[in-house]
Design a protein around this ligand. Sequence first.
Ligand SMILES: [Zn+2]
Ligand SMILES: [Zn+2]
Length: 167
Amino acid sequence: MAHLWVHASGSDGGQATPDDWSLMPLDTDTFIIPGPGSAQLLRRTAPEGDAWILIGSPAAHVNGNPLDAGIRVLRDRDELRVDGHRTFFSTETLATVASFPGGDRAVFCPRCKLQIAPESAAVRCPRCGVWHHQSEELPCWTYAERCTLCDQASRLDAGFGWTPEDL
Ligand SMILES: [Zn+2]
Ligand SMILES: [Zn+2]
C-alpha cells in the first residue's frame, strides 16, 4: 500500500529530525494532505496497480517544481511541499503472508521450484512482485535473508527500506 511520510513540525522552520516523520497509509480513495494548503491525493485504480494523483494549487511543489497544471501523477519517493509542509510519497509495501490468489497459469516458487497452490500461504515480494511459499513445510520466503530474485529483506517484521531519514 502506498503511504505518505508526514513531518510533525510542519512549517515552523525548525531543523527536521528523523523522529518527527510519521507514516500515513493511503487506505482511502481520496486523501487530504495535512496542513493549511488545499491539496489532495486521488487514487486511480488500474490493472497494473494503483496510481495516485496530486491535485492542488500551483503553489504546491513536487520535487521542488511548482504544480503548474494543478495536477500530477505521483511516483515513488516524490517530495511534496504544500505551504511549506514537506511530505513524501512512497509506494513501498511490506512483505506479509497472504493467501496465494492463483492465476490463469501455474506459478512456481523461485526458491524451491515447486508450484504454489492457490489459497496456500505465500508472500509476494514487495519489490519484485514474485510469489514465494511461506508455510511451516515450505518457509521459502524467510529461508534466506533476502528475496530469491532481488535484494528485498525477507524478515516479515522488517520495516520500510526507505524513509525520509535517508535523504
Ligand atoms: Zn517454495
Ligand atoms: Zn524480490
